[in-house]
Design a protein around this ligand. Structure first.
Ligand code: IMP
Length: 167
């Protein structure tokens, strides 16, 4: 199965709802990190649009880097296996990290990356996710900033893909 039929699409959140939510999260992050250094780490590919919009709502001299992991391949089921395909360019030692993810499903990706990044000796590490699917969770992960909680349905758009398409 390579394509989703047009009829499969249903709008979950409007552009305006997403924009308003990101303004809200950005304000909170700006407040929380006012006196701290902050490095945003986007998880590729899914988070690239969210990160681009989010950092413009964080009114601080924020550093940005990306890490890419393999997750779903072409299926809609998580293999549970996480592998870093592209590592960070910068050293995160002593820095306050905000790990930004498009969606938390099983939680395996976030858990793996949290442990991996913690081993690099950052000053602190928090998470920010646009969408949370709590019903699909296999491992518990801390979510510090959350956009929306959704049912256990497969979603596309705003960076999220199906078989690399519909982002
Ligand atoms: P987890 O490791 O199972 O939490 O999955 C995280 C990753 O799976 C996300 O970063 C997405 O790339 C992908 N993913 C999970 N659910 C969806 C979905 O509904 N649509 C598109 N991608 C998803």
């Amino acid at each position: 199965m390579g394509e989703l039929g047009e009829s499969a699409f249903k709008i979950l959140f409007t552009e305006e709802q997403i924009k308003n939510k990101i303004v809200e999260i950005g304000m909170q992050i700006t407040k929380d990190y006012k006196r701290e250094n902050l490095t945003v780490i986007g998880i590729l590919k899914g988070a690239f649009i969210f990160v681009a919009d989010l950092i413009r709502q964080i009114h601080l001299p924020v550093a940005v880097d990306f890490i890419a992991v393999s997750s779903y391949g072409s299926a809609t089921q998580s293999s549970g296996e996480v592998k870093i395909i592209k590592d960070l360019d910068i050293s995160v030692k002593g820095r306050n990290l905000l790990l930004v993810e498009d969606i938390v499903d099983t939680g395996l990706t976030l858990k793996y990356l949290l442990e991996n990044l913690k081993s690099r000796d950052p000053a602190s590490i928090k998470t920010c996710v646009l969408l949370d699917k709590p019903q699909a969770r296999k491992v518990e992960v801390p979510i510090n900033y959350r956009g929306f909680t959704i049912d256990n349905v497969f979603v596309v758009g705003y960076g999220l893909d199906y078989d690399q398409k519909y982002r």
